[in-house]
Write a protein that binds this ligand. Structure first.
Ligand code: PRX
Length: 643
């Protein structure tokens, strides 16, 4: 590390006394967790309303399959909606919805309860029963959140598929989970245009045998194809259903949702989350990490419900705490770069949670844009999805946070379900770029290959050495893969392997360094190298492909592909490259489009035939080559670099 970087590391930002005075978190939190970890979680679970109490906090006897709050029963939607109405807060706004074209509407908790009940009645009428799976393929509109909550209310396990994914990505997720219902929209607004979505949904379900109905919200009013008997309009069903519905409790371990995420192979993993443990930790972290004050704060998490951040920090965590939040449908530069700041100003957003990639984009657009707005309502800022570079951290605090708002850099994963490592506002003196320390109740270690814990300065692997309430309960339909992916590396110790590198600095602050496997992080989205490789080789011109993530100033990593053409395929230069990029967009999603594709005569391989991605990363990032001694043919690089 350079001395400049060291200097950056050492400057800490302590909380202001004013913030500390009213902070939700106090030092007693850590003390309680240290004294009795399970007792601590027992207390946190009591922040929720349970229909039946649990008999045991944690059953880890069948590790790595955990049971939390054993025997307890609750309804997740009741906790997120009904209980706030029953407590007399029915008139509080739950969601300030801001549509991309400029339309807006606010839903109170009374409204939300009526909507969720209507949707639950409709789903029941369609014959769905607890345990069935529902696929959701929607943009960021209130109906998407209503659908998730209606599923939770009925014990239906939802699988949200990001609206930017292609029909083939949707299809494979529907098939894997055997979803019976698909909820979608006619189209979605994107940069002022109505972009069709139902056509992709139609393609995905054309011969998906499990799907019985497709429920469609008319968001844009564009024309759609219609399959009688299968397709239903939301406004002709849900909106006409009764707004009365009584929620039934479900077992604490009842599967709340499946969310697919990229792994190191081409096939995405369906991560399973539970009800009681998941909601306990999502709710606890939202309350303390964001210092959320119900009825006072206006909270805005800019994620999409297609990702875990949207699940835990738009839907379940915040709503369980009776939040008033902004939900925005569109992109940050539609119709222009002022959009987010206008929204902050309009609603008086006080807590703003976003990804480093967007902060770096704001930096590129220039500070005069946020400076043109009154952002004085902001009192806390959050970051998630990738390491935040210290420069972006400081800019975020200074320009968006008036040089005073604490920043919570939150480390977690789809698999962890909720925040694991983060500063606690009002307590932690933060360092730009560091996620600081595991939260009270969470235990993590940084270890080497031999499972030896590392001290300050040593780069190692991040492991979670104790089970936690929101932990994944498995991979849908693939127990073996669950064991292998997360629990085999440190099987002897029984530790969860997170797949991230990390280190402690001299002050004991924890720095997450990024993935150590073949998973890329592009704009905070996890994309596996082999998924993009499979998409490329499914193109008729491509014989072989190798994909690496290369450092990118804005997106964190950019996707760089090296491809070998099939024999007799003509290299048409830019035309071919464009065709390949578009092909990846169709196969996976536009977010997986390689930034750069280079046609090469050969790929660097070890004697056992493994592609040496490390060396390709060196090439992609313009570095001197690392150790090439295990290559079959070191001269291959001259060809790759076109020498
Ligand atoms: O590499 C870490 C990175 O994102 C991965 C998890 O990605 P995903 O499951 O898509 O969830 C993203 C939202 C929680 C992690 O393995 N990551 C996430 N947050 C941080 C981070 N890396 C560094 N610092 C963070 N705050």
């Amino acid at each position: 590390m350079t001395s400049a970087a060291q200097e950056h590391e050492s400057k800490a930002y302590p909380p202001s006394p004013e913030f500390t005075a009213t902070a939700n978190a106090g030092p007693e939190l850590q003390a309680a967790a240290d004294a009795d970890r399970l007792g601590f979680w027992d207390e946190q679970a009591k922040r929720l309303d349970w229909a039946e109490p649990w008999t045991e906090v944690l059953d880890w006897s069948n590790a790595p399959f955990a049971k939390w709050f054993v025997g307890g029963k609750l309804n997740v939607a009741y906790n997120c909606v009904d209980r706030h109405v029953e407590a007399g807060n029915g008139d509080r706004v739950a969601i300030h919805f801001e549509g991309e074209p400029g339309d807006s509407r606010s839903l109170t908790y009374n409204d939300l309860l009526a909507e969720v009940s209507r949707a639950a009645n409709t789903f029941t009428e369609l014959g769905l029963v607890a345990g069935d799976r529902v696929a959701i393929y929607m943009p960021m509109i209130p109906e998407a959140i209503v659908t998730m909550l209606a599923c939770a209310r009925l014990g239906l396990t939802h699988s949200v598929v990001f609206g930017g994914f292609s029909s083939s990505a949707l299809r494979s997720r529907i098939d894997d989970a055997q979803a019976k219902l698909l909820v979608t929209v006619d189209g979605q607004w994107r940069r002022g245009q109505a972009a069709p979505l139902k056509n992709a949904a139609d393609e995905a379900v054309a011969d998906a045998k499990s799907i019985e109905h497709v429920l469609v919200v008319a968001r844009t009013g564009i024309d759609v194809e219609w399959t009688e008997g299968r397709d239903l309009w939301w406004h002709e069903t849900v909106e006409k259903a009764s707004p009365e519905h009584e929620a039934q409790p479900f077992d604490s371990e009842h599967p709340l949702f499946i969310l697919y995420t990229s792994g190191t192979t081409g096939k995405p993993k369906g991560i399973i989350h539970s009800s009681g443990g998941y909601l306990t930790q999502a709710s606890y972290t939202h309350h303390y990490v964001f210092d959320h004050k119900p009825g006072k704060d206006v909270y805005w998490c800019t994620a999409d419900i297609g990702w875990v951040t949207g699940h835990s920090y738009i839907v379940y965590g915040p709503l369980s705490n009776g939040v008033t939040q902004v939900v925005y449908e569109g992109t940050p530069n539609s119709p222009n770069e002022h959009r987010h700041f206008e929204i902050i100003e309009k609603y008086g957003v006080s807590i703003y949670y976003t990804a480093p990639t967007l902060i770096r984009t704001f930096m590129k657009w220039g500070r005069e844009i946020p400076d043109a707005h009154d952002l004085s309502s902001i009192r806390l800022l959050g970051s998630v999805g990738e390491p935040i570079n210290p420069e972006a951290w400081r800019w975020y605090r200074e320009v968006i946070g008036a040089d005073s708002a604490p920043i919570v850099d939150t480390w977690w994963q789809t698999e962890t379900g909720a925040i694991m490592i983060s500063p606690l506002p009002g307590i932690t003196a933060t360092k730009p770029g560091s996620a600081m320390a595991p939260l009270p109740g969470i235990s993590a270690k940084i270890v080497d290959d031999e499972a030896t814990p590392l001290g300050a300065g040593g780069n190692g692997y991040l492991v979670l050495d104790q089970p936690w309430p929101a932990m994944l309960r498995g991979i849908w339909g693939d127990e073996q893969r669950y064991r292998e992916t997360y629990w085999s590396r440190y099987a002897e110790q029984g530790w969860y392997f997170a797949g991230d590198g990390a280190r402690y600095d001299d002050d004991g602050a924890l720095w997450v360094l990024g993935r150590v496997d073949d998973v890329m992080n592009v704009s905070g989205h996890r994309i596996s190298t082999s998924e993009v490789e499979s998409a490329l080789v499914s193109h008729p011109s491509i014989a072989e492909a190798a994909v690496v993530g290369a450092a990118d100033e804005t997106t964190g990593q950019g996707i760089v592909a090296f491809v070998i053409l099939r024999e007799h395929v003509e290299n048409t230069g830019d035309t071919l490259i464009k065709e390949l990029r578009d092909h990846v967009a169709v196969e996976i999603s536009p977010i997986a489009k390689p930034r750069q594709i280079t046609v090469v005569p050969e790929l660097p391989k070890t004697r056992s035939g493994k592609i040496m991605r490390r060396l390709l990363r060196d090439v992609a990032e313009g570095r001197e080559l690392g150790d090439t001694s295990t290559l079959v043919d070191p001269a291959v690089f001259d060809a790759i670099r076109g020498k």
